[in-house]
Design a protein. Structure first.
Length: 259
């Protein structure tokens, strides 16, 4: 019961942050130009989303258990995973978008320049606050165990960077060119939440029940909306990546620093 109460409290807090960011921090830039072939964009979004659903299931059911038996060192394990993740989450969308649509690195959010430092500061503060609260309450959604420094560095790439690139830089950008900014954030956040459904079912069903699974789904969707607004208002992936990484892995960093 306490875990469920904590999750609903966190949902309220994140929902409030989404509203605050949407209404009062930064401004929305000019929308990206609409695509001349919206139906093709939608098909691309659906294909990319299906890949994002299937791959984590394969990781949990087959690839990760196999790697855990073969590679016991956690750092090397993450290093071995990097090529698998890179092919699907980085190289495949880059090939599709740059070759077929002529997108540049700026179109994919790979720029250190951003449109709003207010939003950038907000993103970093939210990530640090979220990770710190998870550490002090012992209620981390991802991890609260000591991890090797090499693994933490690789998780910046394997987790935060690749997820933000894939879901915001590619999928949300496709949606914005198809349905506009508001609907792109709305739909992109829902797809992001549903992508994590397999993880939620596998990790929470036996010990937590259906209410916790749905609360986790809603929390992931809210996070998708938060990261989506950060990306649109800054037009850069890096503030969202910093927020994403701190929210997920700062608890493990703080545990290591505390000894």
């Amino acid at each position: 019961m306490s875990d469920l109460l904590w999750r609903f409290s966190f949902i309220i807090a994140v929902g409030s942050l989404v509203w605050l960011l949407h209404r009062h921090i930064g401004v929305y830039p000019i929308a990206l130009p609409r695509s001349v072939n919206p139906s093709k964009n939608i098909r691309s979004v659906l294909v990319l989303w299906v890949i994002a659903v299937i791959f984590p299931i394969l990781m949990m059911v087959w690839i990760s258990p196999l790697l855990d038996r073969i590679v016991t060192n956690r750092v090397i394990n993450q290093l071995v995973q990097a090529p698998f993740r890179s092919i699907l989450y980085l190289l495949l969308p880059i090939f599709l978008e740059t070759r077929q649509r002529g997108w540049s690195s700026l179109d994919l959010g790979l720029s250190f320049k951003n449109k709003s430092w207010d939003v950038t500061i907000f993103a970093v503060v939210v990530g640090l606050a979220s990770g710190s609260i998870a550490y002090f309450t012992g209620q981390s959604n991802i991890s609260i165990q000591v991890l090797p420094l090499g693994e933490l560095l690789l998780l910046f790439y394997n987790n935060a960077f690749l997820e933000e690139f894939y879901h915001r830089g590619v999928i949300q950008s496709l949606l914005e060119r198809t349905v506009g900014q508001g609907k792109a954030v709305w739909c992109g956040g829902i797809l992001f939440g549903l992508t994590h459904m397999a993880f939620d079912v596998f990790t929470l069903e036996e010990r937590s029940g259906i209410l916790v699974i749905f609360s986790a789904l809603f929390l992931q969707t809210l996070a998708g909306w938060l990261f989506g607004i950060i990306y649109i208002k800054t037009r850069s992936l890096w503030p969202g990546i910093a927020c994403h990484y701190c929210a997920n892995w700062l608890p493990s960093i703080l545990v290591a620093l505390a000894g």
